[in-house]
Ligand binder design. Structure first.
Ligand code: HEC
Ligand code: HEC
Ligand code: HEC
Ligand code: HEC
Ligand code: HEC
Ligand code: HEC
Length: 167
């Protein structure tokens, strides 16, 4: 600190509890200022880094796209939808309070290793895929549909009796 500005303290960015004795080396080594090469233990925060998140630079989440970029640590939004675009609309959201939290649990269908739905078991939905249906492409049943003014691929249907799809 005799030679380098404590950019974080002056901006009250990082609570000192994350770097005891104001030791910058909790996060920065002398190779570069990128904290990603440091040894910060993220598991001590409220947000565990798992799957693909472990491979991201700190700045991917803590630095904004603004010019100049802004660093945010405490209070950084931490639900999946805060950081990830998705075209699902509200179809998978839990009910609004007091019945639910109004949020969507993305991990019900996706893992943190990638968005592809490799482990998805359709038989756990309200409609089992049997016979010819099991060989049918997803897009034949799940069609782009306008809901509340925006187009989503529809996965939640009001009715799915045979006659809905087989006229
Ligand atoms: C809890 C982790 C953490 C601690 C402790 C910490 N920093 Fe940082 N610092 C970061 C992160 C994250 C960035 C964002 C840049 C990056 O990682 O790519 C950053 C960025 C910086 C930058 C700007 C680098 C750039 O190119 O934008 C400087 C300078 C810096 N830190 C100095 C310090 C100093 C000096 C200390 C000790 C007083 C310190 N930091 C302590 C996490 C930390
Ligand atoms: C995938 C996104 C992501 C990455 C990558 C990431 N973080 Fe975080 N970090 C978060 C989230 C979300 C929180 C929780 C914010 C909250 O709930 O207040 C957090 C919390 C923190 C906190 C605690 C803030 C506080 O006061 O509670 C620090 C310090 C921190 N991260 C430093 C780092 C450093 C250093 C790196 C790189 C080694 C890093 N983070 C990488 C998302 C990320
Ligand atoms: C603070 C921001 C932040 C939060 C919160 C967050 N992510 Fe991420 N996530 C990122 C960033 C940044 C990346 C790397 C860039 C990218 O692939 O979008 C990433 C990458 C991913 C990837 C890898 C994508 C790929 O194709 O490699 C998946 C999957 C993912 N996140 C799922 C989730 C899920 C599920 C949640 C909620 C449990 C979540 N994320 C919460 C920031 C966040
Ligand atoms: C009930 C299951 C379900 C839930 C919950 C769900 N998704 Fe999806 N998601 C899907 C399906 C099905 C697809 C299309 C599958 C495909 O094309 O591989 C998809 C596709 C995606 C894609 C595009 C993947 C690609 O490769 O283009 C993203 C991104 C995504 N979802 C993000 C999210 C996020 C973020 C959340 C939470 C807010 C979420 N999903 C919640 C089922 C779900
Ligand atoms: C023969 C038609 C058909 C095919 C093919 C099909 N689905 Fe479905 N799917 C349905 C029906 C019907 C439902 C029940 C809708 C509901 O619960 O509202 C459903 C439900 C879903 C749901 C919602 C689950 C939930 O819990 O909310 C997802 C996600 C889904 N399907 C994904 C897929 C994916 C991915 C594929 C391709 C691998 C696929 N479906 C193939 C007919 C089909
Ligand atoms: C959500 C839409 C949907 C529902 C609901 C649905 N099907 Fe299908 N079904 C399809 C699609 C799409 C195909 C594939 C047709 C194609 O490829 O042309 C298919 C294929 C079939 C086939 C094979 C037809 C052939 O020529 O190979 C039969 C038989 C069938 N369905 C019977 C049923 C019965 C019985 C029900 C009610 C229990 C039902 N389906 C409910 C969408 C649906």
């Amino acid at each position: 600190m005799d030679c380098h500005d404590d950019v974080h303290k002056t901006a009250s960015e990082i609570d000192v509890k994350w770097y005891p004795n104001q030791d910058c080396q909790t996060c920065h080594l002398t190779e570069s200022w990128s904290a990603s090469s440091g040894k910060f233990e993220h598991s001590k925060t409220k947000f565990q880094l798992k799957g693909k998140h472990q491979q991201q630079d700190c700045r991917a989440c803590h630095l904004s796209d603004d010019e100049p970029p802004k660093r945010t640590f405490a209070g950084l939004p931490n639900t999946c939808a805060d950081c990830h675009e998705h075209g699902h609309g509200n179809q998978f959201a839990s009910p609004l309070p007091p019945k639910g939290d109004g949020l969507t649990d993305c991990t019900r269908c996706h893992s943190l290793d990638g968005w592809a739905m490799t482990d998805f078991d359709h038989d756990k939905t309200r409609f089992k895929l049997e016979g010819k249906h099991a060989e049918t492409a997803c897009q034949k049943c799940h069609l782009p549909t306008v809901v509340d003014g925006s187009t989503v691929v529809l996965y939640r249907m009001e009715s799915f009796e045979c006659v809905v799809c087989h006229k």
